[in-house]
Write a protein that binds this ligand. Structure first.
Ligand SMILES: Nc1nc2c(ncn2[C@@H]2O[C@H](COP(=O)(O)OP(=O)(O)OP(=O)(O)O)[C@@H](O)[C@H]2O)c(=O)[nH]1
Ligand SMILES: [Zn+2]
Length: 222
């Protein structure tokens, strides 16, 4: 049995989009990165030229501005403090597993800036001292770490470490399953291959039976 008593499993829903400006306004002291729209536009225009394209032709005229806006959104996690998402906790004396599965993720691999996408499963065992977070915050946390230039291993452990740091839970488990388009549409060209990464902390690391039970719930979720 994971934690004390029976398991509690909650199925995940789509994560909400991060609004970097909303977070910025709340935490101007956080000192995180700022997106330079004009510089990004110039860089995209230069890149199109380097690729042998004509950025002034009709179809491409608006593209640098569009691409810059798109990447501002795709990298929204750079412009906010993910820990902030876990600031609000509920006074709930639950001491059993809380597991949100199938949180959709879209990230960009930092090697090729091509997408990797799939699902994340995030679980934790609260410490029973009022440190329970809202379920949507788990999905928001994943989103904030996904919306950066990433590698899948780091995304996985960053989510686990943030939960561990902020909630001081008895245990944490994060599993990410994703397809990397840099392996599908170019390079080794293996569409459909999926990479699974996991990060476990606390009881879910030290107790093989607790970990096995959490993994079983993730595996048999449908
Ligand atoms: N460990 C890890 N590797 C990744 C991730 N995303 C992409 N990669 C890998 O990063 C590696 C970069 O390898 P390099 O040899 O430097 O680059 P490359 O010549 O473009 O490599 P190929 O993709 O094999 O053509 C590739 O093996 C990718 O599959 C990730 O999230 N984690
Ligand atoms: Zn890549």
């Amino acid at each position: 049995m994971i934690g004390e008593g029976s398991d509690v499993t909650t199925n995940g829903s789509s994560p909400l989009e991060v609004d970097p400006f909303e977070v910025d306004a709340e935490r101007p002291e956080a000192g995180h990165a700022v997106f330079d729209q004009e510089r990004a536009e110039r860089a995209v225009r230069e890149f199109l030229l380097a690729c042998g394209e004509d950025p002034d032709r009709d179809g491409l005229r608006e593209t640098p501005a569009r691409v810059a806006r798109a990447y501002r959104e795709l990298f929204a996690g750079l412009y906010c403090d993910p820990d902030h998402v876990l600031d609000r906790t509920f006074d709930e004396s639950h001491e059993e597993l809380v597991l949100v599965t199938d949180i959709p993720i879209f990230s960009l691999c930092e090697h090729h800036l091509l997408p990797f996408h799939g699902v994340a499963h995030v679980g934790y065992i609260p410490n029973g001292q009022g440190k329970v977070t809202g379920l949507s915050k788990l999905a928001r946390l994943v989103d904030m770490y996904a919306k950066r230039p990433q590698v899948q291993e780091r995304l996985t452990s960053q989510v686990a470490d943030a939960l561990n740091r902020k909630l001081r839970p008895r245990g944490v488990i994060v599993v990410v399953e994703a397809e990397h388009l840099c392996m599908s549409m170019r390079g080794v060209r293996k569409p459909g291959s999926r990479t699974t990464t996991s990060a476990v902390r606390g009881l879910l690391q030290s107790s093989a039976s607790s970990r096995a039970e959490a993994l079983e719930l993730i595996k048999g979720r449908r």
